[in-house]
Structure formats: C-alpha cells, structure tokens
Design a protein around this ligand. Structure first.
Ligand SMILES: Cc1cc2nc3c(=O)[nH]c(=O)nc-3n(C[C@H](O)[C@H](O)[C@H](O)COP(=O)(O)OP(=O)(O)OC[C@H]3O[C@@H](n4cnc5c(N)ncnc54)[C@H](O)[C@@H]3O)c2cc1C
Length: 421
C-alpha cells in the first residue's frame, strides 16, 4: 500500500458530471481537493458522456424548477469562466393527453414556480410549431422558454478544466475500493485524530477531512462495500438500480433538415404518453434528430449488454410516424449510443450524509434517475456547501434524504403516474 501523506480537505470519488462539478466548487472555495476516477477521464461507460442532454424547467414535482433555473445561471457562469459554450438555448415543448396527471402536475408546478407557460390545443400546436408536431384532439402542448441542449462530454471536460484551474488535483484509473474512518497519524493538524481514508484497487491511500461519493450507477455497490465492515451504523443498501438504456438518432427526410434546428426555433421536447419519450433538436449530427425513451432495463454496471431495446424501438417508430409523419424516417435509427440510468423508486435524487460511523464526513449523491445532468452545477454547489459547512444554502433537501426510504420502499409520495414503469 502506498500512503499519500497529504491531507485533502475534500476527496471526491467519481468524475462524472456530479463529481466534476463538486470538485470545481470545493476548489473554487479554496479547499484542497482531490478527484478520483476509476476509468480514464471522459470515458463512455457511465452516465455523463455523449452529445446532448435536455435542460428544461418543466417538472411535475414543485421542487425541481427552482434548482433548474439556478443551474441555468451556473452553466452560464462556468461558460464565461472557461471561455466556450456547452449550453445551447431553445424553447421546451411538453405534450400529452390533456387528462394525463403528470402533465397537469407539470402545468401547476410551473404556475406555482412562476414559470411562464402557454398551454395549447392540438390546432394551436400545429400553427405555433409550424406543423412539426401532429397531435390528436385529446392531446395538449405546453410551451415555455426554458429549454435547451447541454453537450455532456464537453461539459464534464469543462468542469474538470475549471477544477484544475482552481487548484484541484485530478487522478484517473483510480478505482476506490474502500472508504474508512481511521486514526490519521496526525496528518490532520486542525482537527481530532480521526479522518477519512480512501483506498484504491492499485494500492494507493488518500487522507481527507471529507469525502463526497458521486459514483453514479456504482453507488449501491460501493456504499454496500464501505458500510459492510459493521462499523457504527451497519450495512446501508441504497435503493439505486442501474438501468441500461439507449439513445437513438433518426434521419430527417431530405429537404427538411433545417426545420429541426435550434436556429429554426425547434424545441427540446417531451411526450407524456406510454412510454415517456423525449428528444432534442438536430444539433450534434447534421440531418439527424435524437428521439429516445426514458427508461431502460436493470443491469450490473460492469456487465452490460450494450444492446438496444426492441420494446423501446417499436414504441419510438410508432411515435415518430404519428407525430412527424413524412418528415422523419421512422423505419429505424441510424445511430445509437448506450448509457446508464441510476434509478430510485420515486425518481428523486439521493443527496445526503452517509451517516452511521461516517456521520457527516462522507456524503453521497446519486440516484439521478435519468434527469440529473441539467442540475449538476447546483448539485455540485450543494455538495460543496455540505462538505464545507455541513449545510446547504437556499435549498430544501428533504426530498433527497436517505431516510425517506426507511420503512417505505417507494420513497416520496407522488400524486401522478411514474414516468418510468
Ligand atoms: C441516455 C441518457 C439520457 C439522459 N438525458 C438527460 C437529459 O436529457 N437531461 C438531464 O438532465 N439528465 C439526463 N440524463 C441523466 C444524466 O446524464 C445523469 O443524471 C448524470 O450524468 C449522472 O452523473 P453522475 O456523475 O452521477 O454519474 P456518472 O456520469 O456515471 O459518473 C460516475 C463516475 O464515477 C465513477 N466511479 C464509479 N465507481 C467508482 C469507484 N469505485 N472509484 C472511482 N470512480 C468510480 C464512474 O466511472 C463514473 O465516471 C440522461 C442519462 C442518460 C443515460
């Protein structure tokens, strides 16, 4: 075992978007920060790689829009600091059957959060969106200005660059296999003699005053391992299920390519049907549009099939044919990319102190359930505040606690149907 004698203020484990935003924030606060990643930086085996993520403020839960709007500012601040763009604005278009509870909840959540929206019937949608989306009479559309596309791999790279610029140390090919509370042998001069020891598979040991675990789909496995030694709080099994999912790109019919671009006013969109389908304008690959299903199949993060889902494909073909008619080739996608979700039973995040023997010294942030990317900058700030001051500022975290699952496997109660079944 190689012992690093330095004491870090914060060690962040996992360099996806959440870990990279956290390391940036702690470094920016002048804290000595170490970010450890098990694979190469910017790898494609987790959840934060690829070419596009939607940013939208339309959520049926009332607690997300505020976080999205705050994040939108932080995305722009980071862009200004680094000097290039990762966030491309457009409007957001939500659609679904007018009696769909989740869509009705979204409308009321926007109203409560003072997010200006326009609710349109199928004729108005046809007019307003220049005949792009064909809705049946029983469907409505909801338009608002807070949509857009974020480029994920570029965004992770941006926050890692900014973390380094602010003094953080970043190390890849460092798989963390254990996190312990140990006597630090006086490394930690300002505090008591106990600190957090982070051990990697290749035999390195790093000391930290605080540790933030942001390991995506590996969260349940790592937390189980770390708490299995039988210390103070005993074994913790977080209800975070990895799902394997696929992103699909479809060919726009010749002559219509420009109509699907942001410059032509094409929005990011979500369809509240069965299944929930989402998409982004034609941006990253010319002449193609991304349309995919929210959800996937359970997997072990290290034993994936990487294969597309036949069920999702058949639903997508039908949806594209009914909504875009002759404008998009619906017989099959032309490009696919594999990715992973980390699902919680209520699709809400887990952001909390690990507790037990680790008390407030180890934090976990995971279970982002296929919708966390847009909020990564605020999540990084929350985690930095929790690591530095033990409390978050101007944000309510009760919906994200580990405790919500105690004696209640479903977590937060919701008065609308699940998005992922
Ligand atoms: C197909 C798809 C589409 C999505 N669309 C959207 C969208 O439109 N809008 C949106 O807001 N969100 C979206 N999301 C969700 C969003 O991408 C995720 O919520 C987010 O990327 C999660 O980031 P993370 O940092 O938690 O996880 P990850 O990116 O997986 O990062 C975790 C990192 O930890 C590392 N790690 C794991 N174990 C260890 C260990 N033991 N030691 C060291 N390192 C370790 C991993 O290698 C990985 O790099 C989508 C996700 C997918 C898959």
């Amino acid at each position: 075992m190689e012992n690093c004698n330095e004491m870090f203020d914060v060690i962040v484990v996992g360099a996806g978007i959440m870990g990279s935003c956290t390391a940036y924030q702690t470094a920016k606060h002048g804290k000595k920060t170490l970010l450890l990643e098990q694979f190469d930086f910017l790898h494609h085996r987790g959840s934060s790689h690829g070419e596009s993520r939607t940013i939208r403020a339309t959520y049926p839960e009332e607690y997300y829009p505020k976080m999205v709007l705050e994040s939108a500012k932080l995305w722009e601040e980071a862009e200004a600091e680094v000097g290039y763009k990762v966030y491309f604005k457009t409007s957001q278009f939500d659609m679904g059957p007018s009696n769909k509870k989740a869509l009705q909840a979204t409308i009321s959540s926007c109203q409560k959060n003072k997010i200006p929206i326009r609710v349109l019937d199928h004729n108005q949608v046809h007019k307003e969106l220049l005949g792009k989306f064909r809705l049946t009479e029983d469907w409505i559309g909801v338009v608002n200005e807070y949509g857009g596309v974020i480029k994920p791999t570029k965004a992770v790279s941006m926050f890692q660059t900014l973390a380094i610029k602010n003094g953080a140390r970043l190390m890849d090919n460092m798989e963390v296999v254990d996190i312990l509370k140990e006597d630090d042998g006086n490394h930690n001069e300002d505090d008591d003699a106990v600190a957090v020891l982070v051990c990697t598979r290749n035999g390195q040991r790093f000391w930290g005053k605080k540790c933030v675990v942001t390991v995506g789909a590996w969260m349940k496995k790592l937390v189980k391992k770390v708490t299995s030694a039988g210390g103070g709080g005993g074994l913790i099994t977080l209800p975070i299920q990895p799902l394997e999912t696929t992103v699909y790109y479809w060919k726009i019919k010749p002559g219509h390519e420009d109509e699907f671009k942001i410059e032509s006013g094409f929005p990011t969109f979500a369809s509240y049907g069965e299944p929930y389908i989402y998409g982004t304008p034609s941006l990253e690959f010319p002449g193609m549009i991304k349309i995919a299903v929210h959800g996937g199949r359970p997997c072990e993060p290290d034993e994936r099939t990487w294969a597309a889902s036949a069920v999702a494909l058949s639903a997508l073909r039908e949806w594209i044919q009914s909504k875009f008619g002759d404008l998009v080739e619906s017989s099959g996608p032309v490009l696919t990319q594999s990715c992973m979700y980390s699902m919680t039973p209520d699709e809400d995040f887990v952001i909390d102190f690990l507790g037990g023997e680790f008390g407030k010294d180890v934090l976990v942030a995971g279970g982002f359930s296929g919708h966390g990317f847009k909020m990564a900058p605020i999540i990084g700030r929350i985690l930095a505040d929790l690591a530095i001051d033990n409390q978050a500022k101007n944000v309510e975290l009760k919906h994200f606690s580990i405790k919500r699952f105690e004696g209640n496997s479903k977590g937060n109660a919701k008065d609308f149907d699940d998005q992922v079944n």
